[in-house]
Write a protein that binds this ligand. Structure first.
Ligand code: G3H
Length: 255
């Protein structure tokens, strides 16, 4: 019961920050898996964290997914125009329209009274086609913008859940299972140690872009996402993580 108090959560935030090497960790109470209200609370907390990191003029790259959709929905409406550009982090990743990074970029830009840029690149291109496409001048210009974004806000998924949701073929799913994939973010799949085991062939943000002076914010709640959050924390540096007690307990219990 003590964990239900604010102090209990503050303690979890500190333990997680230390364990995952993330400077700012926010843990909202409850478990997103158990209640929609908690999913909303994670989105709201993430919107708040993003606002504290936002220093216009700046460019924000966002991924798709339900956590980011919630963040955009719950971002308070800015009343004066802001010099903020919101872009999708990568091209299409086989999500439903309301969960696409393009959709979320436009919604978040509206909330921030900023601008957005769309990026229409089909998912599941062959590697050769993706590479050729990236050389098209208008696409290359957009990729540059994305890769030089000041802030990146992204969801984190369980690998097999995401593989199914995005309709990856059986052979790829088997490959992911064999290689021990536990996490997905930006279309990259990682094992528990944070090694890349598979990546979707689209264009945009690359993992190596996350180092350097970008602020990186991860948003993911729910007990089942515990291992995925831990895996991505091994894969690259996050400056902030917004999660819930369900995921936090799953991570802390293990160690
Ligand atoms: O990349 C990870 C997924 O976008 C997470 O999606 O927020 O709907 O669970 P979700």
């Amino acid at each position: 019961p003590i964990m239900k108090t604010l102090d209990g959560r503050a303690e979890m935030e500190l333990s997680l920050a230390e364990r995952l090497g993330i400077a700012r960790v926010v843990v909202v109470s409850g478990d997103s898996e158990q209640s929609e209200d908690v999913t909303r609370d994670v989105g709201q907390a993430a919107a708040h964290v993003l606002r504290t990191f936002l220093h216009p003029p700046c460019t924000v790259a966002v991924t798709g997914g339900s956590s980011l959709a919630m963040l955009a929905e719950l971002m308070p409406q800015a009343t004066t125009p802001q010099d903020v550009e919101v872009v999708p982090a990568r091209g299409g990743l086989g999500e439903r329209h309301e969960l696409l990074a393009n959709t979320i970029a436009s919604q978040l830009a509206a909330r921030l009274s900023g601008r957005y840029r769309m990026f229409h690149v089909p998912e599941s291109l062959s590697r050769a086609t993706a590479e050729r496409l990236a050389q098209e001048p208008t696409i290359a210009e957009m990729i540059d913008r994305i890769r030089s974004a000041n802030l990146v806000v992204h969801g984190i998924g369980d690998a097999l859940t995401m593989a199914t949701r995005r309709g990856l073929d059986e052979e790829t799913v088997a490959h992911l299972a064999l290689r021990g994939a536990v996490a997905e973010a930006f279309g990259y799949f990682f094992d528990a140690e944070g090694h890349i085991v598979h990546m979707m062939n689209t264009v945009g943000l690359k993992l190596e872009d996350l180092s350097g002076d970008k602020m990186v914010i991860g948003v993911a709640g729910g007990r089942a996402k515990g291992p995925a959050i831990e895996a991505v924390a091994h894969a690259y540096r996050m400056d902030a993580l917004v999660t819930d007690e369900g995921a936090a307990r799953a991570i802390l219990k293990k160690g």
